[in-house]
Design a protein around this ligand. Structure first.
Ligand SMILES: [Zn+2]
Ligand SMILES: [Zn+2]
Length: 326
């Protein structure tokens, strides 16, 4: 979608005083003195899609059967209704299907030390399996897959290290999403098997407490004790960590928070922009659409990123499945 077509779209902006303050107050209570270790186990610990229970988890781990089957279906759903992005959305659906197919194999090769991932031969085997299983389709993808096929172990380890460090600028164009896909299988599987006492305290509000990566988006959860609470979703391992609503996740200010949406993209996905530091993060409401997947819905709402850039906002976090690389 080009910028001129974006300008023809209607824009809708809500300011924070129009947001439900009750939900914000509940959410705000969590932020003060919240422990990374809730006092007892929570039934949703390994099932972020469940909605029962009474305790509020500060960190929610991915489901033990992985998020990829659901993600593939969501990418296909969006491909059917976003014709201008259908080619990429269908490719991402195929990629998520391949990730799901490799889930069990990856689990068998996991090191227990998360810092061992770049040098771990397991994820490199997963990347090579992804390359073999993806249908090359058009010539551009075929040459990309061939480039990865010819890469040495040292090159793959270097690419993996850069994705884990968020250093996407030093990866060849187009490589990062596929390296990310392989690492996602391993890191998500790793995270889904963590015990609560293995999760350290968050280093910052914007970094995943499990792997240190940036969030892809934030989710408003639905059901049970988490209903209406906002969680950031890690772009690599899929963990979710709580952050209060109507409060900038970067500078913490709640004074000039505004919500942006584009007519025709649906009610469930908005951008939360902070006028103090001019950053934004997408906020996706599962109460309005229970089938949301943060990676698929983020790419399907690319027009919103273009709008926010036009409004002068800088995005917090990344979707590593979309990054072209350097
Ligand atoms: Zn993570
Ligand atoms: Zn801010």
């Amino acid at each position: 979608m080009n910028r001129s077509s974006m300008r023809s779209k209607s824009r809708m902006i809500w300011h924070s005083n129009a947001i439900d303050r009750t939900a914000a107050a509940i959410s705000g209570k969590m932020a003060h003195g919240a422990s990374i270790y809730p006092p007892t186990s929570h039934p949703m610990e390994n099932n972020p899609f469940a909605g029962s229970g009474t305790e509020i988890p500060v960190v929610r781990l991915p489901p033990t059967d992985g998020p990829f089957r659901h993600r593939a279906a969501r990418f296909r759903q969006w491909a059917d209704s976003r014709s201008s992005l259908a080619g990429y959305l269908n490719l991402m659906a195929d990629l998520a299907d391949v990730q799901h197919g490799l889930w069990e194999m990856a689990a068998a090769t996991l090191p227990r030390d998360r810092s061992g991932q770049p040098g771990n031969p397991g994820w490199r085997a997963t990347l090579r399996s992804i390359v073999d299983r993806l249908n090359p389709g058009e010539a551009g993808l075929a040459s990309l897959l061939d480039r990865i096929r010819r890469a040495t172990d040292e090159e793959l380890a270097a690419w993996g290290g850069r994705v884990l460090a968020g250093d996407f600028d030093r990866i060849e164009a187009g490589i990062a999403p596929l390296v990310t896909a392989a690492l996602q299988v391993h890191m998500t599987s790793f995270a889904s098997r963590l015990a609560r006492e293995e999760i350290g305290p968050a280093q910052s509000g914007t970094a995943c407490p499990v792997c240190g990566s940036l969030p892809v988006a934030s989710l408003l959860q639905t059901g049970g004790a988490v209903h209406g609470l906002r969680y950031l979703v890690c772009g690599l391992c899929g963990c979710e960590w709580h952050r209060p609503r109507v409060q900038c996740i970067d500078c913490g200010s709640g004074k000039d928070v505004a919500y942006f949406a584009i007519e025709g993209l649906g009610e469930a996905v908005k951008a939360e922009g902070c006028g103090d530091c001019m950053t934004y993060v997408k906020i996706m409401d599962r109460d309005k659409d229970a089938a949301i997947d943060p990676f698929a819905d983020d790419i399907a709402s690319l027009a919103l990123d273009i709008l926010m850039a036009e409004e002068g906002y800088r995005r917090l976090g990344v979707n590593p499945l979309l990054l072209p690389g350097g």
